[in-house]
Write a protein that binds this ligand. Structure first.
Ligand code: ADP
Ligand code: FBP
Ligand code: MG
Length: 321
């Protein structure tokens, strides 16, 4: 058998730590004697054959950088069978024996399609949202939350100076994990997430109760899955008479240098992904469970459900006065 060739790509929203994962995949594969192809712009680049051979130095000086040196994309064409078939053809022609796909749930659906059609893929969870059920943790989550907290601390300074209420929206797509953790870390008076039903009257009650205990400024955290920051701000201002401002943090949360945690998890996951492909095992997703690196069948992983941390939500509510 000739030399094995492994491809690596990043797909979906970028996440800090993706570069650390790419570096780990490339270095592990090269150490094992494989040829490595960097595929640019996710499945888009795969379909169009945008790829280049990588060596040890191709991943120098990137472990500390946000974004992804391989670029990323959301590729609609790949959601159709014809797009996947095109990609399979490209893989055959390039002699690709397996691909490491760094991305989120959408990217893993694509990886399952490719695996089914004969290109073994291993997924590494890279998304700030932490919305992948089979893993406790996704690459980028820690950095995104630390960035959000840094920003909200600044918002708090101005809210405090003006005796205002600030309603802040953080990312997370349909999940409230970022909102919950940044909310507790910023001392938010109330955290509104898709996983828990909310009534703006309860938010108002909480603000009033804290106000009676001498509080003059308030942070309300809202998950992207709820949105409506302007409407919620207006409702709070009308009901309490407290001047209220809304802020949507947006893409700032996706950038910046990855934290230690993101770099370490990315390095561990990249290593395992290559080990699987080395053994001819595809259609797997890597995860981390109770600090251990694990892997699952992609279809099974996509069927799993992730619990929202209701205990933490309860604690946040109890101590925010
Ligand atoms: N059901 C699907 N089948 C095949 N490919 C998919 C599917 N869903 C998403 N993809 C591919 O994965 C890409 C990234 O998915 P997306 O949901 O945008 O981000 P993420 O992977 O971060 O969740 C999409 O642009 C598309 O190319
Ligand atoms: O960058 P875009 O296309 O505006 O997408 C925003 C979405 O991407 C994210 O930042 C990351 O999501 P994915 O990792 O699933 O791509 C979400 O939090 C947000 O809903
Ligand atoms: Mg996703």
């Amino acid at each position: 058998m000739g030399q094995k060739t492994i491809g690596v790509l990043t797909s979906g929203g970028d996440a800090p730590g993706m570069n650390a994962a790419v570096r780990s995949v490339v270095r592990t594969a090269l150490k094992k004697g494989f040829r490595v192809l960097g595929i640019q712009r996710g499945y888009n680049g795969l379909i169009h054959g945008e790829m280049f051979e990588m060596n040890m130095r191709s991943v120098s000086d990137i472990i500390h950088r946000g974004g992804t040196i391989l670029y990323t994309a959301r590729c609609l064409e790949f959601k159709e069978e014809a797009g996947v078939l095109k990609a399979v053809e490209v893989c055959k022609n390039a002699g690709i024996d397996g691909i490491v796909v760094i991305g989120g749930d959408g990217s893993f659906r694509g990886a399952a399609d490719l695996s089914r059609l004969g290109v073994p893929c291993v997924g590494i969870p890279g998304t700030i949202d932490n919305d992948i059920s089979c893993t406790d943790y996704t690459i980028g989550y820690d950095t995104a939350m630390n960035t959000a907290v840094e920003m909200i601390d600044k918002i708090r300074d101005t809210a405090q100076s003006h005796d205002r209420c600030s309603v802040v929206e953080v990312m997370g797509r349909h999940a409230g994990h970022i909102a919950l953790n940044t909310g507790i870390a910023c001392g938010a008076s109330y955290i509104i997430v898709p996983e828990v039903e909310y009534d703006v009257n309860d938010v108002v009650k909480k603000i009033r109760a804290a106000g009676e205990l001498g509080k003059h400024h308030f942070i309300i955290l809202v998950a992207e899955g709820i949105g409506k920051v302007d409407e919620i701000s207006r409702q709070i201002e009308e009901a309490t008479g407290i001047e209220t401002r809304g802020t949507v943090l947006g893409h700032v949360q996706r950038g910046g240098n990855p934290t230690v945690r993101d770099r370490v998890v990315a390095s561990r996951m990249g290593y395992r992904a290559v080990e699987l492909l080395e053994n001819g095992i595809g259609n797997r997703v890597i995860g981390i469970k109770d600090s251990d690196i694990v892997d699952y069948d992609i279809q099974e992983a996509l069927k799993m459900k992730k619990d929202f941390d209701m205990e933490l939500y309860h604690i946040a509510n109890e101590i925010s006065f």
